[in-house]
Design a protein around this ligand. Structure first.
Ligand code: PLP
Length: 485
């Protein structure tokens, strides 16, 4: 729909979008601003152009390998990068470092029961720790795990257990400009086809990622989750929520789903969790902590099958690789993550950057995601083939021009086909500008928008990249490159 010129995109924008900061919406202006004040600051610094060139060269052109102190504004990830509140910091001082039975564990357990309704909670050091424990207990070689655009660590853990992830996202999600409210939804027909083909025997569970990180931070509707639960129930297949951003997903449900506008976020969280047999959580996202995660389930049987692997990989069942103080920060953060004033600001803040970039004619995946803005590299750098990693080339130039760090969500991240060894060209070739929680102001985002525009203006001179070093799993973290001649 917006594949035309920047001017056409801008005009379309004017006609179909409300301006969220128009003065007629006084209440909205208040609600979109930061619902906190700042009592501690951390200086940031822009290295000289010369130094940025050197840092990038030393990093093998992979911005992942640049030291954090040499980044001005870091939009690599929203994972563990949020600013904790004074209440959370105070909670750190209340850490009970008892090996077994720390009081902070019981506070976490109570928070999960209260917000999500899951009876059993197994803390893990982060989301992939939870995946490792759960997948080890449930997946055997040859199994398939259907879902909606599995997150990279989820897919890697499934493949590590010699299973296979099958993507059942709705086709519409592949159109980066189709303005739909729930582009994270699963296609029930695709899902049922997988159920029919493989059956309960080969499907240990289905995973629903909400919001869907690798699909552009797009939400999943409550209606869709209920239908997935109903269908899976008929086939006897358990369903797992990958709930790293469940709170942001709840906010989208409240704003976009018919009949949900008056339901408190906490109730929507309960309704969401009720669709699932279990959940893996990276608390580094919506629980706004720097480290932490958990598995939660209402099923004693599932809990019993995972807890021994929890002890083996993560630590005793009441700490899971975390200090007592971390558990306390997580228990408190879970409540802050579902606060509606916070979520209004959070989702509005991300949208602010998206609208700014779109107003300047940039190809922005639409609608904006919950935690990030995604730039469409197929439009941004159409002359760079996918196996020359246009997203990585963009990130390298964004850093050179501005000290801002983004991250490729495309063919590099997608990895290679385990059967053929070929690059898997990503359906959506994206760069993600991920917004940490409560860290950067709107003014920082203005700078980011200008930086992206600068790269846009020089896009014709940007070359592709060639791999010089490639690790076998999760290659995007440590791969190295040179410019294509
Ligand atoms: C971050 C993330 C994970 C993995 O969690 P970590 O805490 O980074 O190990 C899993 N799923 C989704 C959707 C995520 O965003």
């Amino acid at each position: 729909m917006f594949s035309g010129s920047g001017a056409a995109r801008f005009l379309t924008y004017l006609f179909i979008n409300r301006e969220p900061f128009s003065p007629a919406m006084g209440e909205e202006i208040f609600r979109d601003m930061e619902p906190f004040r700042i009592k501690m600051v951390e200086p940031i610094h822009l290295p000289s152009r010369e130094d940025r060139e050197r840092f990038l060269e030393e990093a093998g052109l992979n911005v992942f390998l640049i030291r954090g102190e040499n980044i001005l504004i870091d939009l690599l990830t929203d994972s563990g990068t949020g600013a904790m509140s004074d209440r959370q910091w105070a909670g750190l001082m209340m850490g009970d470092e008892t090996y077994a039975g720390s009081r902070n564990f019981y506070n976490l357990e109570a928070a999960v029961r209260d917000i999500l309704g899951f009876e059993y909670v197994l803390p893990c050091h982060q989301g992939r720790g939870a995946e490792n424990v759960l997948h080890t207990a449930l997946i055997k070689a040859g199994d398939v795990v259907p879902g909606n655009t599995h997150f990279d660590t989820t897919k890697a853990h499934i493949e590590h257990k010699k299973g296979r992830a099958i993507d059942c996202t709705i086709d519409e999600a592949a159109d980066p400009y189709l303005d739909l409210p729930f582009k994270g939804n699963l296609d029930l027909k695709k899902l049922e086809d997988v159920y029919k083909q493989y059956g309960r025997e080969k499907i240990p569970f289905t995973v629903v990622t909400a919001t869907c990180n690798s699909g552009g931070g797009q939400p999943v509707s409550l209606e869709n989750m209920r239908k997935v639960a109903e269908l899976s129930g008929r086939y006897g297949i358990p369903v797992c929520l990958d709930g790293a951003r469940f709170a942001e997903n709840c906010y989208f449900i409240k704003k976009r789903e018919k009949g949900m506008e008056n339901m408190p976020i906490k109730d929507i969280a309960r309704e969401t969790a009720a669709c699932f047999d279990m959940m893996t959580m990276s608390s580094k996202k919506d629980a706004i902590v720097n480290i932490g995660g958990f598995i939660a389930t209402g099923s004693r049987e599932i809990y019993d099958s995972v807890k021994n692997f929890g002890i083996l990989f993560e630590g005793f069942v009441t700490y899971g690789g975390l200090a007592g103080r971390d558990l306390e920060a997580m228990a408190r953060g879970l409540y802050e993550g579902i606060d509606e004033d916070y979520l209004t600001y959070r989702i509005g803040h991300v949208r602010y950057l998206g609208e700014k970039l779109r107003n300047m004619g940039m190809p922005v995946l639409w609608p904006p995601g919950g935690h990030a803005i995604y730039l469409d590299m197929k439009e941004f750098l159409p002359n760079i083939p996918q196996d020359q990693f246009p997203g990585m080339a963009f990130c390298a130039h964004l850093y050179l021009e501005s000290g801002v760090r983004g991250v490729e969500i495309g063919t590099l991240l997608n990895g290679r086909d385990p059967d053929t060894g070929m690059n898997r060209p990503a359906k959506l070739e994206l760069v993600r500008l991920t917004i940490p929680r409560r860290v950067y102001t709107h003014r920082h985002l203005d700078y980011v928008a200008k930086a992206v525009k600068k790269v846009w203006d020089m896009r014709d001179s940007i070359r592709g990249l060639e791999l010089t070093e490639e690790p076998p799993v999760l290659r995007h973290f440590t791969a190295r490159f040179k410019w294509v001649e």
